[in-house]
Design a protein around this ligand. Structure first.
Ligand SMILES: *[C@@H]1O[C@H](CO)[C@@H](O)[C@H](O)[C@H]1NC(C)=O
Ligand SMILES: *[C@@H]1O[C@H](CO)[C@@H](O)[C@H](O)[C@H]1NC(C)=O
Ligand SMILES: *[C@@H]1O[C@H](CO)[C@@H](O)[C@H](O)[C@H]1NC(C)=O
Ligand SMILES: *[C@@H]1O[C@H](CO)[C@@H](O)[C@H](O)[C@H]1NC(C)=O
Ligand SMILES: *[C@@H]1O[C@H](CO)[C@@H](O)[C@H](O)[C@H]1NC(C)=O
Ligand SMILES: *[C@@H]1O[C@H](CO)[C@@H](O)[C@H](O)[C@H]1NC(C)=O
Ligand SMILES: *[C@@H]1O[C@H](CO)[C@@H](O)[C@H](O)[C@H]1NC(C)=O
Ligand SMILES: *[C@@H]1O[C@H](CO)[C@@H](O)[C@H](O)[C@H]1NC(C)=O
Length: 299
C-alpha cells in the first residue's frame, strides 16, 4: 500500500503548486527569491545577491534562520508589506511613559524615526501622529517643519472613553508634514498619572498607519501590538519610496536617456508622490512589475 500513497502525495503537491507558478507575473529578477515567508519582495527591492536589488537602498534582508515564519528587514526595520505603488509598511516603536501607582516613573521611551535616504519618507497621507493616555502630553518634531505639534490630554474617568473614537478623550490624532527624514517623539505626563492610576498608568505616542489603528480603551491599560523579541510594542507605519533622480536630473524626459533608467518596456515614468524621485507604471492594458525589464505583460 506504500507506493500509491507516495504518488498521491506528489500528485497533490503538483496540483497545488503549478497553477500559482504559471499564472503569476514575475515579481523579482530571474534567479532571485520572490518572497520572505508570505511577504512578496518585488524588484527594485531584493535580497541576497547584489544583482537582485537595484542598489543598496533597496536591499532587504530575509531572516529565516532566527525567525519562523521568516521576517523581512529594511535598514534594520521590520517590513510587513511592500507595494509597487511606491509604499511599504514597516514596524516602528511606540513611545511610552509609565508610572507605578505611587506616581513614580518606571519606564520612559522617546523613540525617533529616521529615514536613511531622502528618496524615502514617512507618508503624510497614510500616517497620523497618535497619542494615548489620560494624563499625557505628547509631541513630535520633524525636520520638515520647524514647528512642534502634538496634544495634551486629561480625562476625568474611564467612562468618558469611547472604543473606536480618537476624539481627544484618551486618544488624539494629528496629521504630519510632508517629506521629512526624521521625527523625534516625546511623551510625558503632567501629574504622573496619580489621578487616573485606577485605569491609566502609561502615556503612549507613535506614528501609525491611521487606517490600521482603531482606538480601544484596553490600549490605555496596556498597549500591546506587534511585540518584538524584547517585549516592546510596535505599530505599522507607511513609508513612501521612489527611484532617486540622478545628479542634476529631475525630470522623466531627461531620465529616459540615462543608462540607469529604472522603467522596463511597456511602462512609463512619472514624478513620484512627494517629488522624492520617480516611479514606473505599466501602460494601460499591461500589468506586472514595471521595474523589471519585461515585467509589464499584456493582460
Ligand atoms: C502572513 O502571515 C501572518 C502570520 O504568520 C499573517 O498574520 C499575515 O496576515 C500574512 N500576510 C499575508 C499577506 O498573507
Ligand atoms: C537574524 O536575526 C538574529 C536575531 O536578531 C540575528 O542575530 C541574526 O544575525 C540575523 N540574521 C541575519 C541573516 O540577518
Ligand atoms: C540615497 O541613495 C542614492 C542611491 O543610492 C544615493 O545616490 C544618495 O546619495 C543617497 N542619499 C542619501 C542622503 O543617503
Ligand atoms: C531632513 O534632513 C535630511 C538629512 O539631514 C535632509 O537630507 C532633508 O533634505 C531634510 N528634509 C527636510 C524636509 O528638511
Ligand atoms: C471596548 O473594547 C474592548 C476591547 O475590544 C472591550 O473589552 C470593552 O468591553 C469595550 N468597552 C466598551 C465600553 O465598549
Ligand atoms: C473600530 O472599533 C469600533 C468599536 O470597537 C468599531 O465599532 C468600529 O467598526 C471599528 N472601526 C474600524 C474601521 O475597524
Ligand atoms: C532627534 O533625535 C536625534 C537622535 O536622538 C538627535 O540626534 C536629534 O538632534 C533630535 N532632533 C531634534 C530636533 O530634537
Ligand atoms: C551638475 O550641475 C552643476 C551646476 O550646473 C555642475 O557644476 C556639475 O558639474 C553638474 N554635475 C554633473 C555630475 O553633471
Amino acid at each position: 500500500m506504500g507506493p500509491p500513497m507516495v504518488l498521491n502525495f506528489f500528485f497533490l503537491l503538483i496540483f497545488f503548486l503549478c497553477p500559482t507558478a504559471i499564472s503569476a507575473f514575475p515579481v523579482a529578477k530571474s534567479g532571485c527569491q520572490e518572497t520572505c515567508g508570505n511577504i512578496s519582495v518585488p524588484y527594485p527591492f531584493g535580497m541576497g545577491n547584489s544583482n537582485c536589488y537595484r542598489d543598496l537602498i533597496f536591499k532587504v534582508i530575509c531572516n529565516d534562520t532566527y525567525y519562523n515564519p521568516p521576517k523581512l528587514f529594511w535598514s534594520n526595520m521590520e517590513v510587513v508589506k511592500i507595494s509597487l505603488l511606491g509604499q511599504f509598511r514597516q514596524l516602528d516603536y511606540v513611545g511610552n511613559d509609565c508610572y507605578d501607582s505611587q506616581g513614580k516613573s518606571i519606564l520612559r521611551n522617546n523613540p525617533y524615526y529616521i529615514m536613511f535616504n531622502n528618496s524615502f519618507t514617512f507618508s503624510d497621507t497614510e500616517n497620523k501622529f497618535t497619542a494615548l493616555g489620560c494624563d499625557t502630553e505628547a509631541y513630535f518634531i520633524t525636520n520638515g517643519s520647524q514647528s512642534t505639534s502634538g496634544c495634551i490630554m486629561s480625562c476625568p474617568n474611564k467612562q468618558v472613553l469611547i472604543n473606536g473614537s480618537c476624539n481627544g478623550l484618551g486618544c488624539c490624532q494629528t496629521s504630519i508634514p510632508k517629506g521629512f527624514q526624521y521625527m523625534n517623539i516625546s511623551v510625558s505626563s503632567i501629574n504622573n498619572h496619580i489621578f487616573v492610576k485606577d485605569f491609566n498608568l502609561c502615556g503612549y505616542a507613535f506614528l501609525v498607519d491611521y487606517k490600521w489603528y482603531n482606538f480601544s480603551i484596553s490600549d490605555i491599560l496596556n498597549f500591546n501590538h506587534y511585540k518584538d523579541g524584547t517585549g516592546f510594542s510596535r505599530v505599522p507605519v507607511v513609508v513612501d519610496w521612489a527611484i532617486p533622480w540622478e545628479t542634476n536630473i529631475t525630470s522623466c524626459e531627461a531620465m529616459k536617456s540615462q543608462s540607469t533608467y529604472a522603467c522596463g518596456s511597456n511602462s512609463g515614468c512619472s514624478v513620484s508622490k512627494n517629488s522624492l524621485g520617480y516611479s514606473c507604471n505599466c501602460f494601460q492594458g499591461y500589468q506586472g512589475n514595471s521595474y523589471l525589464q519585461d515585467g509589464c505583460q499584456g493582460k
